[in-house]
Design a protein around this ligand. Sequence first.
Ligand SMILES: [Zn+2]
Ligand SMILES: [Zn+2]
Length: 289
Amino acid sequence: MNFLITILGSGAALPIGARRCSAQVLNIGGFKLLLDCAESTQDRIRYNHLKLQSIGTIIISHLHGDHFFGLPGLLSTMHLCGRTEPVFIAAPKGAREVIETTFALTGNHVGFPLEWHEMDFGEGCQRVFENRKCTVDAFPIDHTVPTYGFRISEKASCVMRPAFTNDTQHDAPATKTYVYCCDTAYSESLLPYLSGADLLCLECTFANELANLAEERKHLTAGQAGRLARMAGVRQLMLSHISARYREPDLLLQQAMQEFENTFVAADNMRIELKKDEASVINLPTQKN
Ligand SMILES: [Zn+2]
Ligand SMILES: [Zn+2]
C-alpha cells in the first residue's frame, strides 16, 4: 500500500521565506489525513494538487497558531465549495469551542457535519482514529500548552502479503509506521512512543547553540532531535518546524547527524514515499513558492 507524505509547511512560528508553518497531508492507500493546519494550509493543499474535498480527517497537535489557525479558513472554504460529507477532527480540548465561537461570532457556518474527538489526557496513549487503512494513536508531549504526538500505522489487512517462499511459509505483511512529534521539550519519556518508527518527524526549532532558548520555550535543538531518534531506534529521522532564523538548514542537519546519521530536513512541498526496509524516496518539486 502506498504511504505518501506531502509537507505543506515545515517552519516554526512565522510563515515567512520558503517555509510556511506546520501542516502535512498523509495519503495511506488513497485515504487522506491532514496533520496540523497552519494558516497557509489550504493554499498549499491546492498548490500540491491534493483536492481539498478529498480530505475528511484532520488531526491537530496543539492550539498554537502555527499549527491551528488555518482550520476555520479551511472549513469555510470546504463549505463554500459545496461540501456535504462530514469532517472528522481530533484536537486538544478547546478546539471545538474556538471553531464554533469563530463561526458564531463572524456569521459564518459550515453546511456539513463536524465530528469531534477532543483529546484531554495527560499520560499514556489513546487511539483517536481508526479506519480500514490505518490507526492513529495519540500520546501527550511536553510543550507550553496541551500537545499531542501521533503514531500512524498502516493496517496489516490492507498490505499485500509477499509471495510464498519455497517452503510455503510466508512472512507477515510489512506495515509501515510514521510518528509525528511537533512541538516538544526534550524528554526521554517519549521514547516508547517513537520506538521503531519507519520515519520519525521531530521538531527541530533551534541549533545546539540555542539550547537555553529551546529549554525555555519547550522546543528541541537539532542535537536533541538526533539523540531521541537514535535512542528510539527509528529507521529514519525527518527534521521539521525549522526556525525562520535558519535560512539554510545545513547546520541543523549536521548537528542532528552527529547523533543519528539517517536524517534529512523537511522542505515545503516535499513528497516522501514511506517504504519498508529502504530509504524513503524524496521528490523535491523544482518550483517553490
Ligand atoms: Zn509550533
Ligand atoms: Zn507550539
